[in-house]
Design a protein around this ligand. Structure first.
Ligand code: HEM
Length: 455
């Protein structure tokens, strides 16, 4: 069959292709040259070879939009087998077709603004405060953020407050998470084998919870308002799922929201620490809310809605950090993009980072500048260029929830503490976006009435 022209590019060495170049760039603080060099040579859509497969790499907003919007028609999501085994076959991330549509909208309906406002906000605020109350003079911020994020997700999924059971679950769960980062050679890794075992234990623990809740629901003995209730609720769009399906589904939600939200919390603090003017403006905004709301009162939805500069900080952190640097898809038919043909069966990588860090779309794109979002869309071009949560049918259903969690976290942090980085800590982007030392900070609890802006 005659095919059109592939995007220009270089397939690199046999089998490994350009994987090592990508990994070595992403293991540094400045991974941009990997994309910059290829875009300069071939244009914003180019061919490469990554993780064992020829891949079309797009750093182009229009091409990315076409890829994301045509999920199920021209492309479908594609994860390596090692990731699928950890997620479980009934995970939302792996589902396709009408089942995916149903489960995606069920997840959205549980994490939408009204539910966050009426139910989740209170718990988010309470659990953030509970954790911060236990902080000592020096904390590893990334670890603390992970603990908070895990507790929040467990609460939202099945209404458990932190206890010995949740702590044990977290220990096993963290072993599962490590398994995701054994790319590109999981089969040879003991970390991966340990992760698979831990996944079995987490699934077993969640199965017991599901079974118990199913019994309670059948007897009409429960009135919980959590994700598990939504999954079992015949009237509310749920119902009809096996225990195994529910467990896989919950595990995937735990995974999807955990590393992402906790990293964005940590990096927001890192970027603010390095940008004192932004930190001062943020403190002013939150001090105003604290004074209005009173010392120990819970945050309300209107408080969240009044955090306008905070949203600039959140956007800019999402843009610069690019926690999910892009998404892999597979072409399910020959697809024409920008005059080139992507052959059926080929891998495609829609790089969100490539667009977010491009000077054509964001002025001085490589600089953390939250003010760019004040009174504007942040971007210099009119096309859709800011997509930290992806797009199309697989757009992140936790986007609003992540924003609220981060805003509450920042509120409680800047109104209760001053801090400084305890050590130099480098940001790297492989196998995930993280700081090498988990961002240690020295903190000091603010005495009430103390002048702000002293951190
Ligand atoms: C800063 C935090 C977060 C970022 C940057 C983020 C980013 C993303 C991105 C880019 C995708 C699209 C993946 C794709 O197209 O293949 C995605 C999907 C997803 N996210 Fe998030 N996410 C965050 C927080 C959360 C939270 C808190 C939840 C919990 C509800 C969550 C649940 C999910 C799920 C379940 C999917 C899969 C959707 C599907 O395949 O239909 N995420 N996320």
């Amino acid at each position: 069959r005659r095919r059109g022209r592939l995007p220009p590019g270089n397939l690199g060495l046999p089998f490994i292709g350009e994987t090592l170049q990508l990994i070595s760039a992403y293991k540094t603080e400045n991974p941009e040259p990997f994309i910059d060099d290829r875009v300069a040579r071939y244009g914003s859509v180019f061919t490469t070879h990554l993780f064992g497969e020829p891949t079309v790499f797009s750093a182009d907003p229009e091409a990315n939009r076409l890829i994301l919007q045509n999920e199920g028609r021209l492309f479908e999501s594609s994860y390596p087998g090692s990731i699928s085994n950890l997620l479980g076959r009934h995970s939302l991330l792996l589902m396709r077709g009408s089942l995916h549509k149903r489960m995606h909208s069920l997840t959205m309906s549980f994490a939408n603004s009204a539910i966050i406002r009426d139910h989740l906000l209170l718990d988010i605020d309470r659990l953030v405060r509970l954790n911060m109350d236990a902080w000592t003079a020096r904390v590893l911020l990334m670890e603390e953020a992970k603990k908070i994020t895990f507790q929040l997700t467990v609460k939202q999924l099945m209404s458990f407050d932190p206890c010995e059971w949740t702590e044990n679950l977290m220990k096993e769960y963290m072993l599962v998470i490590e398994g995701f980062f054994t790319i590109p050679l999981p089969i040879f890794s003991t970390t991966y084998r340990r992760a698979i075992q831990a996944r079995g234990k987490v699934a077993e623990a969640l199965s017991l919870v599901v079974r118990e809740r199913r019994r309670e629901t059948e007897r009409g003995e429960t009135s919980k308002n959590d994700m598990l209730a939504a999954l079992l609720d015949e009237q509310g769009g749920g119902g009809g799922f096996s225990d195994e399906e529910i467990v896989d589904f919950m595990l995937a939600l735990l995974v999807a929201g955990y590393e992402t939200t906790s990293t964005i919390m940590t990096l927001a603090v890192k970027f603010l620490t390095e940008t004192p003017l932004a930190l001062a403006q943020l403190k002013d905004e939150h001090e105003e809310i604290r004074v209005k709301r009173g010392e120990n009162e819970a945050l309300q939805w209107e408080d969240y809605k009044s955090m306008s500069f905070t949203q600039c900080v959140v956007n800019e952190t999402l843009r610069v950090a690019n926690i999910i640097s892009g998404v892999f898809r597979r072409a399910i038919t020959d697809v024409t993009i920008k005059g080139y043909t992507i052959p059926k069966g080929w891998k495609v990588f829609a790089s969100l980072r490539g667009v977010h860090m491009d000077h054509h779309h964001f002025k001085d794109a490589r600089i953390f500048n939250p003010w760019r979002w004040q009174n504007s869309s942040g971007a210099t071009s009119t096309i859709s260029t800011f997509n930290p949560f992806g797009g199309g049918p697989r757009r992140c259903p936790g986007a609003e929830l992540a924003r609220v969690e981060l805003s509450v976290f920042l509120h409680r942090l800047v109104t209760q503490f001053s801090w400084e980085a305890a050590e130099q800590d480098k940001l790297v982007f492989f196998p995930t976006t993280r700081t090498q030392k988990r961002y240690p900070i020295s903190i000091r609890r603010l005495k009430r009435g103390e002048a702000e802006g002293e951190s």
